[in-house]
Design a protein around this ligand. Structure first.
Ligand SMILES: NC(=O)c1ccc[n+]([C@@H]2O[C@H](COP(=O)([O-])OP(=O)(O)OC[C@H]3O[C@@H](n4cnc5c(N)ncnc54)[C@H](O)[C@@H]3O)[C@@H](O)[C@H]2O)c1
Length: 262
C-alpha cells in the first residue's frame, strides 16, 4: 500500500543512484530535498561538499531550514571512487555526518528511517589501518593512513575500506538508543556494478572492465541500472520497514554470494 506523503532528504541527488531514488520518491508523491556538491542539477536544493566540515554543517543547517525542523527519512547516496583520501572523507565521514546530524530531524518525523549506500566492495580487501581510524572517528588519522596506502601503491584499497567502514558503523550504530531505541531503522545497501557516471569510464576501458567484472561477478542479470537499485532504498526507508535494521543488504546480482560462498 503506498504510504502517505513523506519528506525525504537524499544526498548525491544530482546523479546515478541518488537521482533515480529521488525521482522514484517524487513519482510516488513524496517531497524530496536533494543535496549534492552544487545545485546545478534539477531536483537539488542544497549545495554541500560533504568532504568538508563546512559542507557538512551547511547540509545540516539548510536541511533544517528546508524541512521545517523534521524529516521522515534520510538516504545517503553521495560517494566517489578515487584513489585519494577524499574517498574516505565523502563515503565515510560525509555519510556519518549526514546521518548523525540529520538524526534530530528524523526524531521529529513520522515513521523515521535512514539508509546509506555502501557497496559490495565492503567485502573486498581493505586497509585495516584506514578502517580502524575511520571507525574511531579520527578523520586526520584516516587521511594519514589513506595517504600511506597510496604511497605504498595500494590506493585501490581505499574505496573498499570506506565501504567496509560505513557498513560496520551502520551495524554498531543501528542498535543504539539513538536509533533502534528511538524507533529509527538504519541500514546500508551493497550494490554490485551499477551503470552510472561513476562506472562509465571504468566500463568503457576493456582492461578496467575486465578487472571490474572479476572483482564483481554478477551472474543474475549483469550490471544494474540505478532505477533497479532505487526500490530497495525506498522500501528500507518506508513505514513498511519496521524490523530490518543494522544490515548491509547486497543488491549485486549474486556477486557477494560468489565471492563469499561460505
Ligand atoms: N555505480 C556503482 O557501480 C556503485 C556500486 C556500489 C556502490 N555505489 C555507491 O553508490 C553511491 C552513488 O554512486 P553512483 O554510482 O550513483 O555515482 P554518481 O557519480 O552517479 O553519483 C554520486 C553523486 O555523489 C555526489 N558527490 C560526490 N562527492 C561529493 C561531495 N564531496 N559532496 C557532495 N556530494 C558528492 C556526486 O556529485 C554525484 O552526484 C556512491 O556512494 C557509490 O559509492 C555505486
Amino acid at each position: 500500500m503506498p504510504s502517505a506523503s513523506r519528506t525525504y532528504l537524499v544526498t548525491g541527488a544530482a546523479s546515478g543512484i541518488g537521482e533515480a531514488t529521488a525521482a522514484r520518491l517524487r513519482a510516488e508523491g513524496h517531497t524530496v530535498i536533494g543535496a549534492d556538491r552544487t545545485i546545478e542539477a534539477a531536483g537539488v536544493a542544497i549545495a554541500a561538499d560533504l568532504a568538508t566540515e563546512q559542507g557538512r554543517a551547511e547540509l545540516a543547517a539548510r536541511a533544517r531550514e528546508f524541512a521545517g525542523g523534521r524529516l521522515d527519512a534520510v538516504i545517503a547516496c553521495a560517494g566517489l571512487a578515487h584513489f585519494t583520501p577524499d574517498t574516505l572523507k565523502v563515503n565515510y565521514f560525509g555519510a556519518v555526518a549526514t546521518l548523525e546530524r540529520l538524526r534530530p530531524l528524523l526524531a521529529a518525523g513520522t515513521d523515521p528511517r535512514a539508509a546509506v549506500v555502501a557497496s559490495v566492495a565492503a567485502v573486498h580487501p581493505s586497509d585495516p589501518a584506514v578502517v580502524d581510524a575511520a571507525l574511531a572517528g579520527d578523520e586526520a588519522a584516516t587521511t594519514t593512513a589513506a595517504q600511506s596506502a597510496i604511497d605504498r601503491g595500494e590506493g585501490y584499497l581505499l574505496y573498499g575500506s570506506s565501504k567496509a567502514a560505513i557498513a560496520r558503523w551502520v551495524r554498531r550504530t543501528a542498535v543504539t538508543p539513538d536509533w533502534a531505541g528511538a524507533g529509527i531503522p538504519l541500514n546500508a545497501i551493497g550494490p554490485g556494478t551499477v551503470l552510472t557516471p561513476m562506472t562509465e569510464g571504468m566500463l568503457a576501458d576493456p582492461a578496467t572492465r575486465q578487472a571490474v567484472d572479476t572483482a564483481v561477478p554478477m551472474p543474475l542479470h549483469g550490471y544494474a541500472r540505478p532505477e533497479q537499485v532505487a526500490p530497495l532504498l525506498t522500501w528500507l526507508t518506508s513505514p513498511e520497514n519496521t524490523h530490518v535494521t543494522g544490515q548491509l543488504l547486497f543488491i549485486d546480482g549474486g556477486a557477494e554470494a560468489l565471492l563469499r560462498p561460505t
